[in-house]
Design a protein around this ligand. Structure first.
Ligand SMILES: NC(=O)c1ccc[n+]([C@@H]2O[C@H](COP(=O)([O-])OP(=O)(O)OC[C@H]3O[C@@H](n4cnc5c(N)ncnc54)[C@H](O)[C@@H]3O)[C@@H](O)[C@H]2O)c1
Length: 352
């Protein structure tokens, strides 16, 4: 008889995105029909079992216990992630701590025989942190994926297929708009920039930018890991990709809260938001559909990670791609700092 392997999982960081219960009805929140939170996603996968959770705050551990102890009676609770990893020896670790607190945890896990790491976005808030994370996972052959979730979001799949099929000819320009109070450079902007990279299918080569009004002297990162919008600027940014695609990032907090991408090719245009996509060519305009138009597909992220742990290769959101996105975010800030000039990559963050 074939016995299914159970992957032992630990989670560090227990706010809603780490711990939210799946909702029975509705699409909102941290667990809809297709669960969004890390705990909810693992709970749908019979090949995984959450064995330990960790947060610095006892309140968060208590809340997790209240929500999950019936489903996970043997679960162990920790305030020290090193102790948890050392004692429980998980196969997979979810890193769901604040944006600027991923690095130490990933490095420790990679050096402690954890085989797969599901890390929240952005990868980090400095290139130095991203580099030590990448070095640790590569040296230890650890599979790692960054939760730039639109890479798995169902509505983006048909868009990628149309692009690859050449339905709008050759992709030339991208306009990405993101307005509203959460239009923060790192916390949410990381998703928008990563998605532009996914569409461009190329590496950013240089950027220039002007930061939001009031943030003219913003260098280095001064956020609190993503909690407080006022601690991160929005940006008007420009990205030149190696393959010639050009992208304009129209991002402001005091702006109408639209969030979408317009992809201009030589023979057509695709407009995509988180819920809808349509394509316009000389033959007219049509809507695109996908099977499950849910917000995020976190179980798919984990299934893919396990596939890489077992078979090698990399996920569709590997840490080196996460670093590229971070280089763009920091490149925008460096451009402002130097008088809104062109910043060529590789960026030396120590010489800005
Ligand atoms: N992919 C998504 O849809 C999505 C949605 C929300 C947040 N996020 C990401 O998830 C991460 C967490 O976001 P948040 O808003 O909950 O952050 P937060 O800063 O509000 O909370 C982080 C939690 O981690 C805990 N923590 C921090 N350092 C720790 C450590 N060393 N050991 C144990 N626990 C520690 C804190 O006590 C807190 O409970 C961020 O990287 C964020 O960008 C992703």
């Amino acid at each position: 008889m074939n016995v299914m392997k159970k992957y032992r999982v630990c989670i560090v960081g227990l706010t809603g995105i780490g711990s939210g219960r799946p909702l029975v009805n509705g699409e909102a929140g941290y667990g809809s029909v297709v669960p969004h939170s890390h705990a909810a996603a693992y709970s749908t996968l019979p090949e995984t079992e959450v064995v330990g959770v960790c947060d610095l705050l006892q309140d968060r551990l208590d809340q997790f216990k209240e929500a999950w102890s019936a489903a996970l009676p043997a679960l162990k609770y920790y305030t020290d992630y090193q102790q948890m990893i050392t004692e429980l020896k998980p196969d997979i670790l979810s890193v769901v701590t604040s944006d600027n607190r991923h690095a130490d945890i990933v490095v420790f896990a990679a050096n402690s025989e954890v085989r797969g790491i599901f890390c929240e976005k952005p990868i980090a808030t400095t290139l130095a942190d991203a580099d030590r994370m990448i070095e640790a996972v590569e040296q230890n052959s650890v599979a790692m994926t960054i939760n730039h979730s639109r890479r798995w979001r169902p509505i983006f799949r048909p868009v990628m297929s149309e692009l690859k099929r050449g339905s709008i000819g050759e992709l030339r320009r991208i306009v990405c708009s993101f307005g509203g109070p959460r239009a923060m450079l790192f916390r949410n902007g990381t998703h928008m920039v990563d998605t532009m990279c996914m569409f461009a299918d190329s590496e950013p080569q240089w950027v220039f930018a002007e930061l939001e009004e009031g943030y003219e002297d913003y260098w280095p990162y001064q956020g609190d890991g993503g909690r407080t919008p006022e601690l991160e600027p929005a940006v008007s940014g420009y990205i030149h990709f190696k393959n010639g695609v050009r992208a304009f990032y129209n991002n402001a907090k005091r702006m109408f809260g639209r969030r979408d991408w317009e992809l201009f090719g030589t023979t057509g245009c695709i407009t995509v938001s988180d819920q809808h996509a349509s394509i316009e060519t000389e033959n007219g305009e049509r809507k695109m559909d996908c099977l499950h138009n849910t917000c995020v597909d976190s179980p798919a992220v984990i299934r893919e990670l396990i596939g890489v742990m077992e078979n090698g290769g990399e996920t569709c959101s590997p840490p080196r791609q996460g670093r590229r996105v971070l280089e763009v975010l920091l490149g925008f800030m460096a451009s402002q700092k130097k008088g809104n000039v062109r910043i060529d990559f590789p960026l030396n963050e120590n010489a800005v």
